[in-house]
Design a protein around this ligand. Structure first.
Ligand SMILES: Nc1ncnc2c1ncn2[C@@H]1O[C@H](COP(=O)(O)OP(=O)(O)OP(=O)(O)O)[C@@H](O)[C@H]1O
Ligand SMILES: [Mg+2]
Length: 473
């Protein structure tokens, strides 16, 4: 039993018996009690559940901590020297309206504990209490906060959707990006969107289009990186009948078809130099000449370009025209890589789990440990890679909650990961096969038929392997 006057036996240190799965990761608990024994015991129990703890012996000290740290929950002794506990509760609630405050009280003061509940305390507990009681109570607090955070994330997600298409994220760099998108959406100038692979360049392009006055006109993406040069030319500018072998009929160029809409030139850095000149003229003169034609066709189109290449360097190396670069570079948007806005990861995870859940009819959650691993990773493939990892995890796990082991092994430094890459550096064939299957599934967004085809194995073999992996967990 733990009371205001006894110092309880505490058992093994939290580090010795810390559970793998900590319910309260990322949560900050403030313990305000003038009894050192209570503070210490509560701190150890809270630590073992994964809380980060702050301790204060007086209300003043607690208020300073409330200002300085992001406190999620408070253990508050109602009988404090110099202040009434109820007053302290009021001040805490003013500083942190969302904090879950648990009041600790002796037998004589149950009445004020009840009053504290009316004033917004989450729960009260009477001293003396056992460590086990405290543990269960803190677990409930963690669960309560998790549910509250989840619903807040959902609200934030809904807000970010309303803003710009489906772009999720509230990191300061993203908020800045939204403001620039809002401004660019109102103009007709070309925009250059820069960002590493998978950062959401196409999403941003669509957001610019759909927030502007051209939203009811077509949005036409053209991948300059994957088409052969002659094909890009005829796609963009069109051709007359007989312009080249196979041109049996005349075809309008996409720049003309867009007719008041937007053409999104993805991987614009890959555009061959002669087409760069043609594009520059199209932008400047607002007309194009189809392949094989002598006549100019007027166009009315907004150009958005995107690249993950360093265009300035391409200009310096002579592979990208300086004049086109300047023309495109009037408005430039730079999307930050995911590793520079890790605070958006929980939001993105919630968004993708909801989307995958909608598609599959079964929404899954993720364990704190799994989320922590996602947040610790640097994501070279950015949001696309994060999305693929979650798709894959949902496809292979049959449980409602995704665990660390369902995520790519390179994310975890968990004990299991060491087994998969032994000290001698030799990876067993079975492990390689598993990685290959899981990564294929991730790439095709969990489409098992397609994955089996790409892997060159039968559908039944794939299902059997996935069953095996599940039973290994
Ligand atoms: N901020 C975001 N919010 C929600 N989803 C996002 C976000 N950023 C990217 N995505 C998702 O990640 C995937 C990749 O996005 P997108 O295709 O726009 O990136 P990209 O920069 O064009 O990638 P690439 O360079 O590979 O072409 C898409 O499925 C998109 O829906
Ligand atoms: Mg793209």
């Amino acid at each position: 039993m733990l009371s205001a006057s006894t110092s309880a036996a505490l058992g093994p240190s939290p580090h010795e018996h810390a559970p793998q799965l900590l319910a309260a990761n990322f949560l900050n608990l403030l313990i305000l009690d003038d009894d050192r024994a209570v503070r210490e015991a509560s701190r150890q129990v809270a630590h073992s559940l994964g809380f980060s703890t702050h301790v204060a012996e007086s209300a003043e000290q607690a208020y300073r901590l409330l200002d300085a740290s992001n406190i999620d929950a408070v253990l508050l002794e109602l009988r404090l020297p110099g202040t009434s506990g109820l007053e302290a509760l009021q001040t805490i609630k003013r500083h942190r309206p969302d904090a879950a405050v648990v009041v600790l009280t002796g037998y004589g003061t149950v009445q004020s504990a009840v009053q504290a509940m009316k004033n917004g305390a989450y729960e009260y507990v009477t001293k003396p209490f056992s460590l086990e009681e405290l543990r269960r109570l803190l677990e409930r607090v963690a669960e309560h906060l998790r549910v509250k955070t989840e619903s807040r994330l959902r609200r934030e997600m809904a807000r970010s959707r309303q803003g710009f298409g489906n772009i999720v994220g509230h990191a300061p760099e993203m908020e800045k990006l939204y403001r620039i998108i809002a401004k660019t959406a109102l103009s007709y100038h070309p925009v250059l969107i820069l960002g590493e692979s998978g950062t959401g360049k196409e999403m941003v392009a669509r957001a610019i289009h759909s927030s502007g006055s051209l939203r009811n006109k077509p949005f036409i993406p053209v991948d300059c990186g994957s088409l052969v040069p002659t094909l890009i030319e005829s796609e963009l500018f069109g051709h007359v009948r007989g312009a080249f072998t196979g041109a049996n009929t005349a075809k309008d160029g996409l720049l003309a078809i867009a007719d008041g809409g937007t053409v999104f030139l993805d991987e614009i850095g890959e555009l061959p130099t002669d087409l760069q000149a043609k594009l520059l003229r199209a932008i400047q003169e607002k007309e194009i000449r189809p392949v094989g034609s002598v006549k100019q066709v007027p166009i009315n189109v907004r150009i958005l370009g995107a690249t993950n290449r360093d265009l300035e360097q391409a200009v310096a190396e002579g592979t990208f025209r300086r004049d086109l670069y300047f023309r495109l570079n009037v408005l430039t948007l730079r999307i930050p890589p995911l590793r520079e806005r890790k605070q958006d990861i929980p939001l993105l995870v919630a968004h993708f789990l909801e989307r995958i859940g909608r598609d599959s009819g079964r929404e899954k959650t993720i364990s704190d440990e799994g989320l922590k691993a996602l947040m610790n990773f640097d994501w070279p493939g950015n949001v696309r890679e994060l999305e693929n990892s979650l798709e894959r995890a949902c496809a292979i796990s049959s449980a409602d909650e995704i665990q660390l082991r369902d995520l790519p092994t390179y994310l975890s430094s968990a004990p299991g990961a060491a087994l998969e890459r032994p000290a001698n550096g030799i990876i067993p064939m079975a492990e390689l096969e598993k990685q290959s299957i899981l990564s294929a599934l991730g790439q095709v967004n969990g489409d098992k038929m397609l994955a089996a085809r790409l892997l060159g194995i039968g559908k039944t073999t794939l299902y059997r392997k996935l069953k095996e992996y599940e039973s290994q967990q």
